[in-house]
Design a protein around this ligand. Structure first.
Ligand SMILES: Cc1cc2nc3c(=O)[nH]c(=O)nc-3n(C[C@H](O)[C@H](O)[C@H](O)COP(=O)(O)OP(=O)(O)OC[C@H]3O[C@@H](n4cnc5c(N)ncnc54)[C@H](O)[C@@H]3O)c2cc1C
Length: 263
């Protein structure tokens, strides 16, 4: 069995999310990291391999993103993927979720996986949608929020978390499964794996190499049009009461609350 894991490079969680006023898109500059939700998908692939119920011949990390996204692929490989595929092309910049899903489905079609795993959401866009879009293009069954996965009689038995409880669903391969973050506790990469990650095979493809129709990607090929996004107004600075004397401090806090009719 071949498993492809979709991974994305996102701005580090510590970086404040900003909208670039000139493009209306998210400003993705600054420190970046592998989307934390995707580490659960890699771990799920590793556990399927180690579980032994099915023979996993290959785990391939797949991303679409600029040159810098190779770092996310190196991290994915250090966590257990055998090799990676990087779809990178200037024409893909500005793709919305439909166009991104279309482009990723083309990269996946090249790989012909038996199973596609991905995170429940990206830490930047948070659309929770890529799995469904990719599955639709690939005409594969798709499940979201999967928190348990077992191979049973050649099919995949999944438990998915829903608002009302849990669904148990059996799907045939090939399938696209978005895993919830409750599915596992991702392992930490070993120092040896981190050092060896750059030596693992990494293939870079451009849009034309995998038959992506240029009219269906990028800002022009996207159906979502960004409106007039603005950063929220800056909050007024809070008032810090610096006082060692407890009685006086309490009086100041009560006066402050009273002034605002909060007590
Ligand atoms: C008009 C518009 C313009 C945009 N322009 C850009 C742009 O120029 N550059 C840019 O980076 N983003 C851009 N985006 C955002 C981009 O479209 C989203 O990243 C994409 O739609 C995926 O949505 P999401 O990240 O919220 O994915 P979700 O559906 O929340 O992600 C679920 C999972 O899908 C997988 N996944 C998501 N994206 C990728 C990816 N690229 N590669 C591999 N796996 C992935 C991951 O496993 C992730 O955990 C734009 C969005 C819009 C609406």
């Amino acid at each position: 069995m071949k498993i492809c894991v979709l991974v994305k490079e996102v701005p580090d969680a510590a970086v404040e999310k900003r909208i670039d006023p000139s493009t209306g898109r998210m400003d993705r500059s600054g420190e970046k990291n592998l989307n934390p939700y995707d580490t659960h998908a890699i771990e799920a692939a590793m556990q399927l391999r180690e579980g032994g119920a099915v023979q996993v011949d290959e785990i391939v990390a797949v991303t679409m993103g600029p040159e810098s996204a190779v770092r996310a692929l190196h991290k994915a490989v250090s966590l257990g993927a055998d090799r990676s595929l990087h779809l990178s092309d200037g024409s893909l910049a500005g793709s919305d979720v439909g166009a991104t899903g279309y482009a990723l489905s083309k990269a996946l079609a090249k790989e012909q996986p038996d199973l596609v795993l991905l995170g429940q959401q990206s830490d930047d866009g948070e659309c929770y949608t890529i799995g469904a879009v990719v599955a639709d293009y690939l005409q594969m069954p798709s499940l979201t929020q999967v928190i348990k996965m077992d191979v049973d009689s050649g099919a995949l038995r999944c438990e998915r978390q829903a608002e009302y409880g849990y669904d148990t669903v059996q799907v045939e391969f090939p399938a696209v499964i978005a895993v919830g973050d409750a599915i596992n506790e991702p392992r930490y990469p070993s120092l040896k794996a981190i050092m060896g990650a750059k030596k693992k095979p990494l293939e870079t493809v451009a849009a034309g190499d995998i038959g992506i129709d240029a009219s269906r990607v990028g800002a022009e090929g996207s159906q979502v049009q960004c409106g007039d996004f603005k950063a929220p107004p800056a909050k007024a600075a809070g008032q810090i009461i610096e006082d060692e004397d407890t009685g006086e401090t309490v009086e100041k806090i009560i006066a402050w609350l009273d002034e605002r009719k909060l007590i």
